[in-house]
Design a binder for this molecule. Structure first.
Ligand SMILES: [Fe+2]
Length: 269
């Protein structure tokens, strides 16, 4: 299965700018690139911070821009979002019985589980108020089926002091429960605006760097430098053997030579 992971769009109302740039324009360019090179993907998952301030006008911008994307899309919420405004703008987006924007997609590679870690008005994430129980129930329903989790906030540490106050509260027991479930094969998240991936107690994870602004990683400082690099998105290739994550930057590259090799062998396409 080919899956697209987008995150941190930070859209603003029409005519407004963010740090001097137009986040909608960055999303449009990203969608153009996806339509050109990856329209065969099964799903595009956007892991939150869809907007910068959670206002309805920004969700309308998202509605408008996503109309061009040729891949089915699933939207998650981040700490910059508003659940109420989102639901008003996207009433058909799946939610759980408590109203959290959590859902399941049975994909060709296994069960994709979308989490809602938003705590309205705060920067950190949470799976309180039944959300963790909902997740564990979904994992237990199909114990022999590989599961892939998607969340805005990281569920594990990423080694950057800046994000320690802004991670998921009680992450350690959450991760221990996820490890205990035995069928989670990868966690995809956003929020951190840096390139990071690894494993925590054997559970692999990857953060996409984001479509809007990005952050220079500092391992000893609590402040953060925001930068305007090229919009980035990830392509995950998922099958019974594993998960491969490729990162793409939406910019013009300087091709120095075209290698004339043969066609891609059967099974590698
Ligand atoms: Fe963000």
């Amino acid at each position: 299965m080919k899956l697209i992971h987008l995150t941190d769009l930070h859209l603003v109302p029409p005519g407004a700018m963010l740090f001097g740039f137009d986040p909608a324009e960055r999303l449009r360019k990203t969608i153009e690139r996806i339509n050109r090179d990856h329209a065969d993907a099964e799903l595009c998952v956007v892991t939150g911070d869809l907007t910068d301030e959670g206002d309805f006008a920004s969700y309308e911008v998202l509605h408008d821009v996503l109309r061009d994307l040729r891949v089915p899309t699933r939207l998650l919420l981040g700490n910059h979002d508003s659940r109420e405004s989102f639901v008003r703008a996207f009433p058909d987006e799946a939610r759980d019985s408590d109203g959290f924007v959590q859902s399941v997609h049975e994909s060709s590679a296994g069960r994709l589980i979308f989490l809602d870690t938003l705590v309205e008005g705060f920067g950190h994430g949470s799976l309180s108020d039944g959300r963790l129980e909902w997740l564990l129930a979904r994992l237990a329903e199909t114990p022999d089926v590989p599961a892939y989790l998607f969340a805005h906030h990281p569920l594990q540490p990423i080694g950057l002091p800046h994000f320690e106050p802004w991670s998921t509260e009680n992450w350690r027991p959450i991760m221990q429960a996820i490890v205990g479930a035995g069928n989670v094969r990868h966690v995809f998240h956003g929020h951190v605006h840096v390139d990071v991936g690894g494993t925590w107690s054997g559970i692999p994870f990857s953060a996409s760097r984001g479509v809007a602004h990005q952050i220079i990683p500092h391992f000893t400082r609590r402040d953060a430098d925001f930068v305007e690099d090229a919009p980035a998105f990830d392509i995950a290739l998922i099958d019974v053997d594993g998960v491969l994550v490729h990162r793409f930057e939406v910019c013009d590259r300087h091709v120095v030579e075209v290698s004339a090799e043969g066609p891609v062998p059967e099974g590698m396409q």
